[in-house]
Design a protein. Structure first.
Length: 166
């Protein structure tokens, strides 16, 4: 009978070791799974933030194609108004131009401000041609504006076409 008691004590001790080891393994598994959960949650939060930002950007530029196609018409109106005609039709054209221009402004279209004498910036302007400068202080400056530029929000959709002194 004494022999049986010692065998029982060894089996109890080894079973306690096994339980302790399995408890450690379970704790390690839980720790790994919690880490995965935290990372997945952070990734999902970043995804939500990124998609909401993209959605806002999409709403800002949703009509970009339509507005881009209307810019040449606006430029044609400007050219028609710049002609030296004192017809009675000219007043009607002015009214239509003003209404059209205000409608485009309400949709977010902004004219890029360009003045003769400004320094040429390739990020903002498009150089159509370069001519020799008559004076040294004219070098690198805009001498003529061929066509105005427009931007929608922060993005330039139509660069101003300019002539630059060289």
């Amino acid at each position: 009978m004494t022999k049986k008691k010692s065998v029982t004590k060894k089996s109890t001790k080894s079973s306690a070791d096994k339980k302790s080891q399995s408890l450690k393994d379970l704790k390690e598994i839980i720790k790994v799974e919690q880490d995965k959960y935290v990372r997945l949650f952070a990734e999902f939060e970043n995804y939500k933030r990124r998609t909401s930002k993209e959605r806002l950007e999409l709403y800002k530029t949703a009509g970009k194609e339509v507005l881009t196609s209307l810019v040449p018409i606006l430029e044609d109106f400007k050219r028609a108004l710049s002609q030296e005609n004192a017809d009675s039709d000219n007043e009607g054209v002015k009214l239509i131009y003003n209404k059209f221009n205000e409608t485009l402004k309400s949709q977010g279209l902004i004219e890029v401000e360009v003045n003769i004498g400004d320094f040429f910036d390739p990020d903002i302007h498009e150089a159509i041609s370069q001519i020799p400068a008559t004076e040294n202080d004219q070098k690198g400056k805009i001498i003529d504006i061929i066509q105005g530029g427009y931007k929608l929000g922060d993005n330039i959709i139509n660069f101003p076409k300019v002539v630059v002194a060289q």
